[in-house]
Each structure stands twice: as structure tokens, then as C-alpha cells.
Design a protein around this ligand. Structure first.
Ligand SMILES: C[S@@+](CC[C@H](N)C(=O)[O-])C[C@H]1O[C@@H](n2cnc3c(N)ncnc32)[C@H](O)[C@@H]1O
Length: 228
């Protein structure tokens, strides 16, 4: 790695481009995640690294639960609020904050969700500890991440030619570890630790409608902060 390479995705990268145009593709994932979480009306729900609000808004609309969305990028939160207003889900509380230092008391939430969010925290063990800390005993944590062998994982591996810690290989010695390692069930189990029970994994694919590979590349490289 030379001195010009940023060893992690910088915080400011997330405000570049226009993530909301990409987020549309991931709506089915949010819907599935919310279904799997069995959220009920009285649940207190946290959506970690909520971005423009896909999962938080889905959870609030589907179940009428009390939802908080937290993200460290103010521009994402501005858009999330606008999305929530359009969706008539104005009761959602939006907060600026870091998943590695969640501004909540212990045992605050029945359900903690993350769709392609906490996986980008540079210290996965710290992010995991925080998500577990704010979850009530008997609560649920549900998240969606990219697996190393699918398109986004492969793209990170391609980028690893220039930013070696992006390599999703479990032998990658560089800190911070690639976010794509969150797509490996063995890694996830290890990070969650022995006290988390009833772990359930599913593998799926997001189908992105694109006219051609060049259209995909144009969108990914101009709208998505990580690639920019
Ligand atoms: C790929 S977007 C996913 C957004 C949203 N969850 C979704 O499903 O569309 C990743 C989000 O994680 C946020 N993020 C990354 N690292 C974070 C951290 N350490 N703490 C809080 N938010 C973070 C970014 O600002 C961005 O909004």
C-alpha cells in the first residue's frame, strides 16, 4: 500500500455521488430483512447506518413500530427525512452518529437492523459490540451484507489491486479488514460470539436492471461514494 492510498473508506466518501439512486435497487432486501425480523407494533427498532432510509422506512410502514435511524453522513439523513415525509412515515427519529459509538443506553432496542451499513465500520468488533450492547436481552439483530463471491465482493477484490485491505480474502492481513468479510457466515459467527443464539443465514441475489455493463459501471462509478 503506498502513502496515497486510503486504507479505509473515508467518512467523507459517503457524501459523494447520489447514493439514493443506487439505494432503489436494494429495496427488496430491506423488505426481506424487515419480514425476517418479525417486528411488532410495540417494538423499538434501530436501523444502523440507515443511509437514505430504505430499511427504517420499510420497518415503520410495515409494522408501525417505533423506529430510529442513525447514520454518520448528514447528507444521507437529509434525504432519509425527505423520503420518510413522502412515505408518510414522519414518526421515525433520525440521528447522526457512528455505529462504533452508538449514543444509546444499554438494552434500548428490541430489534437492531442494518442493511449494507455496519459492514463498513472499520472496526467490526467494536461495531458488533455496540449493536449487541444496545439490543435488549432476547432481542434480534438482523443485517444484510455483500458476500465476497458475488458482484460487489468481486468488485472490492478488483479494487484491492490498489487498496489491498479491500481484499475479501480471509488471509487479508491488512487492517481494517474488508467490509466484504461480513458476507462470510464463519466470520459473522465469530464476531457475534458465543452469547448470540438462533443464528440464521440466507444467501440471495439482488437483480439490478441495467441496459448494459457500461450502464452499470456508469451508475456505480458516478453515484456510489465508495467507488468514487
Ligand atoms: C451502502 S450505504 C447503506 C445505506 C442503507 N442502510 C441502505 O440500505 O440503503 C452505507 C451507509 O453506511 C453509513 N456508514 C458507514 N460507516 C458508518 C459508521 N461507522 N457509522 C454510521 N454510519 C456509517 C454511510 O454513511 C452510508 O449511509
Amino acid at each position: 500500500m503506498n502513502g496515497d492510498d486510503d486504507p479505509q473508506i473515508s467518512k467523507s466518501a459517503w457524501s459523494l455521488g447520489s447514493y439514493i439512486e443506487i439505494a432503489l435497487f436494494f429495496l427488496p432486501v430491506s423488505a426481506h430483512l424487515v419480514s425476517l425480523s418479525n417486528i411488532s407494533t410495540n417494538d423499538n427498532v434501530l436501523d444502523v447506518a440507515c443511509g437514505t432510509g430504505n430499511t427504517a422506512i420499510t420497518a415503520a410502514r410495515r409494522n408501525g413500530a417505533k423506529v430510529t435511524g442513525i447514520d454518520f453522513t448528514p447528507q444521507m439523513l437529509t434525504q432519509a427525512k425527505a423520503e420518510a415525509a413522502l412515505a408518510e412515515a414522519e414518526d421515525i427519529k433520525w440521528m447522526e452518529g457512528d455505529v462504533e459509538d452508538l449514543p444509546f443506553e444499554d438494552n434500548s432496542f428490541d430489534v437492531v437492523l442494518s442493511s449494507f451499513g455496519h459492514m463498513f465500520a472499520p472496526q467490526p468488533d467494536v461495531a458488533t459490540r455496540e449493536m449487541l450492547r444496545v439490543t435488549k436481552p432476547g432481542g434480534r439483530i438482523a443485517f444484510a451484507t455483500w458476500p465476497p463471491e458475488h458482484a460487489n465482493g468481486r468488485m472490492f477484490d478488483a479494487m484491492a489491486k490498489h487498496i489491498p485491505n479491500f481484499s475479501s480474502s480471509s488471509n487479508n492481513p491488512y487492517p481494517p479488514p474488508s467490509p466484504m468479510q461480513w458476507g462470510s457466515p464463519d466470520v459473522v459467527k465469530k464476531r457475534l460470539g458465543g452469547e448470540v443464539t438462533g443464528i440464521h443465514f440466507e444467501r440471495g441475489a439482488v437483480k439490478k436492471p441495467v441496459l448494459s455493463p457500461n450502464h452499470y459501471w456508469q451508475t456505480a462509478s458516478t453515484k456510489g461514494g465508495t467507488l468514487i
